[in-house]
Design a protein around this ligand. Sequence first.
Ligand code: S3P
Length: 175
Amino acid sequence: MVRIIIVGYMGSGKTTVGKALAQDMNITFYDLDWYIENRMHKTVSQIFAEKGEEGFRMIEHNMLHEVAEFEDVIISCGGGTPCFFDNMEYMNRQGDTIFLKATTEVLYGHLKMGKTERPLLKNKSAEEMQTFINEQLTKREPFYNKAKYTLDVNLLDNYEKIKISVERIRKLINI
Ligand code: S3P
């Protein structure tokens, strides 16, 4: 049985790599944010707006416990998932966790395009966004570092590189 859970900051490529890995292994891919949106019939932004971050984290925690029971799946979770409750310990018990690690500069480069979809980033200027990412990374990396495997994805910006990451993950986890 295969269950791989991908963690990392917003914009690190969790969904892109997760999808490509699932396709390569011919198994099902789940993105925790999409799963939440389907189950709740609301977007992540709507949930943040209606219930605040605390309400979102509770839902995220409950939904994680649903998807991480599925078998033969690749799951990408939200950037904050590992940092609340005992989510990271739970994910480590449930599967092979992998941290996609990138610098603030690379993350900012990926995020500046789609920032309006992410409630934590909207309404921030370029400078505010970079400071925010930097500060959050410092707080969050200790959680991400609990993952069983780490992959540096700083160079992941085209299809060839995504393919290489998929190959590296398969080698790392030996699957
Ligand atoms: C969040 C990341 C988002 C989403 C929510 C909160 C975070 O997921 O869960 O907006 O706290 O980092 P992605 O990392 O998939 O963007």
